[in-house]
Design a protein around this ligand. Structure first.
Ligand code: S3P
Length: 432
């Protein structure tokens, strides 16, 4: 699937974007192993979260779809999952595979996790190594990639583990396994990563203690069903925030956006770039803060992205690169080598893509330097990466001719309805 995107100058509207991907995954996972029925609203009906849902259905969990975005999960309890008759195919979703590896490591069932071409190349030792220290029987292929095979064990042992990479997926996998361990598991993180697992465990009445980067969980307790309202995904909102900032005539308001402080790096970075962004209607749903965000045409300026903001904006670098291409001066991103092991090598894909639309860019092992300039048209290889595809579609708001983007089908993993929504605010994306 290709996008042919015509240049446009206006991005205008009041919109909502789909539910948060990270929170939707966790809602299915924790609800499935809770005691009782959990109602989830605002669930992201994207392929990644549907892959998580189907994995639990294959393990015997009944999940009723009430209306769009509304589900009832009939929890089977912490030890109630049934052995699936087939491998669990998690598609493009790294979050599904890494968190499930942790959740399944302490079960008395055997499972094998596989995925699509991109997921089958992603590093899994980062979760399997700490789980092995807990006594789990988890294996990867010889180069540390999927399939991940998990064999039953009687019980896991608690560990104290210092995260070698800033990764919420690794942290979450260990915490989920920690529920099945004897004793208290402690994960130490030196850079804060998204804390949706910790917040949601507390919502399911499973105590987690967080103190100065030490996250502790006691094994052997149970989860109580609850209701989960999923906020809109700030990672999806980011495309429209940047759209409004770079469009010559831009003004977009997005409602009910998740504003968890471990996710708002994109706002802080854009504000430092002189973006015209206002946060209003602040509220809390469940354990997560939300707000409305209004962004308007801005005279962006290049910056050195502060290192401490990298983990909290990790998924937003593709669209931040587009903002940088439209800014006056240079933007430097460093200490972001994790971008090389996402759904694609995002440093290399963004560098190639920006060069194809006439932007000066230099690639570093851990980031890039982008010099703001004039965007021409051009051909972009999205490498089947949803965020690369959406980012270059937004760049059309400053392009002088058509941008053609290949392999866009994976936009459906995180943002169903992206094309329709983008066209409704003024873009012109033609799907071919
Ligand atoms: C996620 C954590 C991040 C992020 C991913 C979702 C999560 O990955 O990039 O899209 O839901 O925990 P890492 O843990 O690899 O940083």
């Amino acid at each position: 699937m290709k996008y042919l995107v015509q240049p446009k100058k206006t991005a205008h509207g009041e919109i909502t974007v789909p539910g948060d991907k990270s929170i939707s995954h966790r809602a299915i996972m924790l609800a499935s192993i809770a005691d009782g029925e959990t109602r989830v609203t605002g669930f992201l009906d994207g392929e990644d979260c549907l892959a998580t849902m189907s994995a639990f259905q294959q393990m015997g969990v009944k999940i009723e779809r009430i209306t769009e975005g509304e589900l009832v999960v009939h929890g089977v309890g912490k030890h109630g999952l049934r052995e699936p008759t087939d491998t669990l195919d998690l598609g493009n979703s790294g979050t599904s595979m890494r968190l499930l590896t942790g959740l399944l490591a302490g079960q008395s069932i055997a499972t094998t996790l596989v995925g699509d071409g991109s997921l089958m190349k992603r590093p899994m030792r980062r979760v399997c190594d700490p789980l092995a220290l807990m006594g789990a029987q988890v294996a990867t292929s010889s180069d540390g990639t999927p399939p991940v095979t998990i064999k039953p064990v009687d019980q896991l042992n608690a560990i104290i583990y210092e995260l070698p990479v800033a990764s919420a997926q690794v942290k979450s996998a260990i915490l989920l396994a920690g529920m099945y361990a004897q004793g208290k598991t402690v994960v130490k993180e030196s850079k804060a990563t998204r804390d949706h697992t910790e917040r949601m465990l507390s919502a399911f009445a499973y105590p987690v203690s967080v103190q100065e980067g030490n996250i502790s969980i006691q094994g052997g307790l149970s989860l109580q069903a609850t209701n989960i309202q999923v906020p809109a995904d700030i990672s999806s909102a980011a495309f429209f925030i940047v759209a409004a900032c770079i469009a010559p005539q831009g003004q977009i308001t997005i409602h009910n956006v998740g504003m968890n402080p471990t996710r708002t790096g994109v706002i802080d970075i854009l504000l430092a770039m002189n973006a015209n962004i206002v946060i209003h209607n602040q509220a809390t749903v469940g354990r997560e803060p939300i707000a409305s965000i209004t962004a308007k045409s801005s005279q962006l300026k290049g910056i050195q992205v502060p290192t401490h903001l990298v983990p909290s904006a990790i998924d937003e670098f593709p669209i931040l690169c587009i903002a940088a291409a439209c800014a006056k001066g240079e933007t430097r991103v460093t200490n972001a080598e994790e971008l090389r092991v996402k759904e694609s090598d995002r440093i290399s894909q963004m560098a190639q893509g920006l060069a194809s639309i006439g932007i000066q860019v230099e690639e570093f092992p851990d980031g890039l330097r982008i010099t703001g300039g004039s965007i021409s048209g051009g051909e972009i290889n999205s490498a089947h990466d949803h965020r690369i595809a959406m980012s270059f579609a937004i760049a059309s708001l400053r392009a002088s001719s058509v941008i053609e983007i290949s392999d866009c089908e994976n936009v459906a993993t995180s943002f169903p309805g992206f094309v329709e929504l983008a066209n409704s605010v003024g873009l012109s994306i033609n799907v071919q």
